[in-house]
Structure formats: C-alpha cells, structure tokens
Ligand binder design. Structure first.
Ligand code: SF4
Ligand code: SF4
Length: 334
C-alpha cells in the first residue's frame, strides 16, 4: 500500500522484526467486523445476509481490542455491515488509536454527519468512504438514490475538519475503462481525497446480484485499459505498484490471506474476509490450523476469479520489501 512515510516505516519495521523472529505468517492488517447490520442493501454485498438475531449483535469494545492486540497487527480496517451503526464505534477507534494502531473506518458515509463528533483527526485514523462510481453508477450500486451526494458532502466535511480521507471503489462487469477513469479522476482531482483503494468485486455466494462479477481476464483488461495513458501514475492509490501491476496482469502472485485476516462476531474467519470455512478463537489458532495451501486461484474453485486486496496486496507488499528496486519504485510512486 502507498501509505504515509511514518506509517510505511512502522509497518516495514514490523515486517522486519517478524522476519528476524522467523515467523512465517503474521498479520499486516485485520479486517474487523464488529457488526453485520447495515443501513443500505447493496446488490453485490455478501455481508448483510445473516439471520436477524446475528444482525442485531454488536461486538463489545473489549473483545474487539483484545482480538487486535492478540494478533499484533499494526493496521486495522473496521468494516461490517456499517460500523457507524455500532453504538460504541467511537470507543473502539479511540482504544485502537491509543495503542498506535493505524485505523481505517470503512463506511457508506450516511451516518458521518451524525457521528463525526465522536472522532478526532489523527495520523492513526482515516475514513474510508465507499464510492463505487459517479452519481448514477454509485446510487445504482448501493440500490438507493441520493447516496452519492450524501457521501460526497460527508467527504468534504471530513476534509474540512482535518481528517485523513480515503475511498474504496469496487468494480463490476457493468463498469468500463471509461467509468473507472471517470470515478478515479473525480475522487483524485475534484474531491481530492488523500488516497484511493480499488477492487474488483468478489463473487460472494450470498450476494443477491450474481450476474455482474468480473472474471480474471476481464479484470486485467479493465484495469490495463483504465491505467493507460499516464492515468495510473497520476492517481493517489493506497496500493503498492506491484499490486497495481497484478491487477493489470503484468505479474501474478499467490494468495497470502493470512496477512489480512478477518475478525468478526463469529471469531477469526477461515481463510479470509471473503470466504467462511469456519472460525478460530485466536489469530494463532487461525494460522496454525488452516490448510493455507488449499486456497488461492488454481487451488479452490471459489478463489478462481478473486483478485481482491485481502489476498494479494500482502503478497505484493512482501515482494516490494524483498527487492530494493521495488522498494525504490514504491517510494517514488508516493
Ligand atoms: S454499504 Fe457496505 S455493508 Fe452495507 S450493504 Fe453496501 S456493501 Fe454491504
Ligand atoms: S484467493 Fe485468497 S483472498 Fe481470494 S477468496 Fe481465495 S482465499 Fe480469499
């Protein structure tokens, strides 16, 4: 990930320490899901189809913090569901920031105006606002009119108050290279967010819309065309150059899902944020009792079209740090 210098040094030092201790598997970032409920019902979402009693549950603050501490990860991405629906979300963020964890709060932004006073700008905290396209495209993606305008207004307010703001954009088969260019130009230049994350949609088995997920060949073609003509170098991505190469099909990587594990109301999800083959009570148990060699493209049919950052960005980061040339390239791309 292209991240601020201080954060890069801290994460780089963390990786080095783990390598020196000869730990073969350790987390870079935890996907923390303290609830599954959401105030939207996006057609491509695989997270909100839980039974009503599960949707009502909220993870206690102590449980969330203890899980992150046990894992040792330096970065946390809080997702869900919609994390701002959690009544103690401000406390969860405050406790993690106090422990010098870099926290990304993923949100559809609708509740930001109501909840923003619970948060303070910090180099350890960033909003990650879900914006899948320009107005018409985004509102279609979240199945509700007016959400794009509310998200944009919330981003502007967060920036006005001095928060770091990143975005997360998911692409489907309804996208074209031009829609990718249009939304990234808008976020980068007009909205001027700090950094952007992009992802091809993962084909969740439970998502209501099963027709618009992209295959690997289509994903590579989409990004190769969208990145052409100098666009890629101009956009402020929250990704390593090698991960962007991976999306374009210039390089291929194995999946290292153990480096971006997911902790939810059920426990540590096996093997990743996207698939649920059971749960472990601790990160250590997850790492030690999962057959990691059976996952990834070419190994598990459910992984066949996955190019998601939770599986492949860590591989790109490890490859970057293992090469002086790639490290310098990542520094220059910042
Ligand atoms: S906003 Fe996020 S969690 Fe909510 S329905 Fe949409 S994709 Fe799912
Ligand atoms: S390839 Fe990796 S990240 Fe993607 S679904 Fe499979 S195990 Fe999860």
């Amino acid at each position: 990930m292209t991240i601020p210098v201080r954060q890069s040094l801290r994460v780089g030092g963390y990786i080095l320490r783990n390598k020196l201790r000869r730990r073969s598997k350790f987390p870079l970032l935890v996907e923390l899901e303290p609830l599954f409920a959401c105030n939207l019902g996006c057609a491509g979402c695989g997270k909100i189809q839980h039974p009503a009693d599960v949707l009502r549950q909220r993870m206690p603050v102590d449980q969330a913090v203890a899980a992150i501490e046990e894992s040792g990860a330096p970065m946390v991405s809080i997702a869900g569901g919609e994390p701002l629906m959690h009544p103690q979300i401000g406390d969860i963020v405050r406790e993690l920031v106090a422990r010098k964890k870099y926290v990304y709060l993923c949100t559809n932004a609708l509740l930001i105006p109501k909840k923003i006073d619970q948060f303070e700008p910090s180099r350890y905290f960033a909003w990650t606002v879900h914006i899948d396209g320009l107005r018409e495209r985004h509102d279609a993606s979240v199945c509700k009119e007016g959400v794009f305008d509310e998200a944009v207004a919330a981003v502007r307010e967060c920036r006005r108050r001095g928060f770091r703001v990143t975005t997360n954009t998911t692409f489907f088969s309804t996208d074209s290279p031009q829609t990718v260019v249009d939304v990234l130009n808008y976020l980068n230049d007009d909205l001027a967010v700090d950094q952007m994350m992009i992802s091809p949609a993962y084909a969740y088995e439970k998502a209501p819309d099963q027709e618009h997920f992209l295959g690997v060949r289509e994903i590579r073609e989409l990004f190769r065309k969208a990145f052409a003509g100098g666009n890629r170098g101009r956009w402020r991505f929250n990704h390593s150059p090698l991960f962007l190469d991976f999306l374009e099909g210039k390089i291929d990587f194995p999946c290292t899902a153990w480096a971006i594990p997911s902790y939810s109301l059920y426990g540590w999800q096996r093997p990743c944020y996207l698939m649920a083959d059971g749960y472990a009570r601790t990160y250590r148990e997850l790492v030690e009792e999962t057959d990691w060699d059976s996952y990834g493209r070419g190994r598990d049919a459910r992984c066949a079209n996955c190019m998601a950052h939770c599986g492949y960005e860590p591989t790109a980061m490890f490859a970057t740090l293992g090469s002086l040339k790639e490290t310098l390239r990542a520094v220059r791309s910042r």
